[in-house]
Design a protein around this ligand. Structure first.
Ligand code: SF4
Ligand code: SF4
Length: 173
């Protein structure tokens, strides 16, 4: 299965469950992603910006966005308004995978949710997502993602271990 076919199947599953992932929990925002979203909310107007700022908590190297019962960027068709603008946060691309701390919170691992939805059924050993996620974690900073998960543990119930995340050395220019 190609990545495009897999994404199509996942999108279909997400529509079937009415975008459940966008309606609960805290969203992890590296600072650069937060700034892009904040600028977009400001462009939408003062009410959108105020709503965005009210939902965000600052944790230094990262921020958390409270989805409450519905992310403010989810439209009435249950589609993400940020996706076509290239502003969708990285963590939203990871679902139904999540990154958790492991080993006394020192290391990271990728796990697949096996109960929240049908989306996980389209993933298997062929899925390119874990490799993309591992690269993404290192691009945004292994320590930043680990700090996020130490702050917001999330629930790893009903998840399947996929792989550990290797901390890749930063290449200096
Ligand atoms: S990843 Fe699963 S729970 Fe989340 S929106 Fe898609 S199908 Fe629903
Ligand atoms: S940013 Fe988009 S994908 Fe992420 S929670 Fe909000 S609506 Fe869903």
């Amino acid at each position: 299965m190609t990545t495009e076919e897999l994404n199509d199947q996942l999108a279909h599953a997400c529509q079937s469950c009415q975008a459940a992932c966008c309606k609960k929990g805290q969203l992890f925002l590296p600072r650069v992603e937060y700034e892009r979203m904040h600028a977009h909310a400001q462009m939408l107007g003062s009410a959108a910006a105020a709503e965005f700022e009210k939902r965000v908590s600052d944790h230094g190297s990262f921020l958390l966005y409270d989805q409450k019962d519905r992310c403010q960027f989810l439209d009435e068709r249950n589609l993400c308004e940020l996706h076509p603008l290239g502003l969708k946060p990285s963590e939203c691309f990871w679902w139904p995978y999540h990154v958790f701390t492991a080993g006394a919170q020192e290391s990271l691992e990728i796990r697949l949710y096996t109960s929240c939805c049908d989306g996980y059924r389209v993933h298997g050993p062929h899925s390119p997502y874990p490799a993309h996620i591992e690269k993404g974690v290192n691009a945004m900073g292994f320590d930043v993602v680990r700090a996020f998960r130490r702050q917001y543990r999330g629930s790893s119930c009903d998840t399947q271990f996929i792989q550990s995340v290797a901390a890749m050395p930063t290449v200096s220019q």
